[in-house]
Design a protein around this ligand. Structure first.
Ligand SMILES: [Mg+2]
Ligand SMILES: [Zn+2]
Length: 278
């Protein structure tokens, strides 16, 4: 959840997203209807990590060690969220929710959701953070939400944990719904910025990454499309559904690209995702 930084707008270098037989498809709807798109919440939909915003506001100096242990892999997110809620236990829930609402959402969210919805794609928001604000901040939008919960006793609940998953330690397993979608024959995409998204990229045909997720993809040799904001993701899906050629990057981006650098496409030994029919 750490490393939430604001990013500016930017244009993604979209690789050749045209499927070889795209022209035979009558409509863009026909193409996106195959896709299940999973979008992280904190730092991806919200412009900064809402959890970190709340922790900084209410319990600064008391959570950083927990955060560092999660980011370095010492504890999984289930334990992480439990410990964070332990620190937050004395803070009024209404105050937390009011503070959460101060965090702006990416202005590209609604155009992206509208486009994916019109194209027939399935869209899910997957969040492995503090969780309690996700439904509230997304109110009125046509998306499935999978997030950690907190009951009245300030006890975190993990309705979307998956004990059978190799990742094992996550509060909300991000790999599990992508794996399920693949089993249903869906094409999968994930949009994310953080450590929890790392566990899902192996199940995704198309990975949009920024922030810490770029580092993980680089480390794990996972091809990804760098993005700065959700408008970039919309641009890529627009290209995909239109069957247009995008601009191929001249070469893969340098390893360790960070948000704030000019966005591009990266991936060892690969210029972009292969979106042709399997
Ligand atoms: Mg995130
Ligand atoms: Zn899992």
């Amino acid at each position: 959840m750490a490393h939430a930084r604001r990013g500016g707008g930017g244009e993604v270098n979209v690789p050749d997203l045209r499927a070889a037989d795209t022209r035979s498809r009558a409509t863009a709807e026909g193409l996106l209807a195959e896709w299940s798109v999973f979008i992280d919440f904190d730092g991806t939909i919200s412009r900064e990590d809402v959890g970190i915003h709340l922790l900084d506001r209410f319990v600064a100096g008391r959570y950083e060690t927990i955060d560092a242990r999660y980011e370095d892999g010492t504890i999984g997110s289930r334990q992480y969220v439990r410990e964070l809620w332990g620190v937050l236990a004395g803070v009024d829930r209404g105050e937390l929710l009011r503070a959460a609402r101060e965090v702006p959402l990416d202005p590209g969210l609604d155009p992206l959701l509208a486009f994916l919805d019109a194209g027939g794609a399935e869209v899910s928001v997957i969040s492995d953070g503090l969780g309690f604000y996700v439904h509230d901040l997304l109110a009125g939008r046509h998306v499935t939400v999978r997030a950690n919960q907190v009951d009245d006793l300030d006890r975190p609940g993990f309705p979307f944990a998956d004990p059978s998953c190799p990742c094992g330690l996550c509060g909300t397993c991000k790999a599990s719904p992508l794996r399920d979608a693949r089993r249903r024959g869906r094409r999968t995409a994930i949009v994310g910025d953080g450590t929890s998204d790392r566990f899902a990229v192996g199940e995704a045909e198309l990975v949009f990454a920024k922030g810490r997720l770029v580092d993980w993809c680089t480390k794990d040799s996972v091809p990804y499309l760098a993005f700065e904001g959700l408008a970039d993701v919309l641009g890529a899906f627009r290209e995909l559904s239109a069957g247009r050629h995008g601009r191929r990057p001249a070469r893969p981006a340098a390893a360790g690209r960070r948000r704030g650098d000019s966005p591009g496409t990266s991936g060892p030994g690969r210029s972009g995702p292969d979106l042709r029919d399997r």
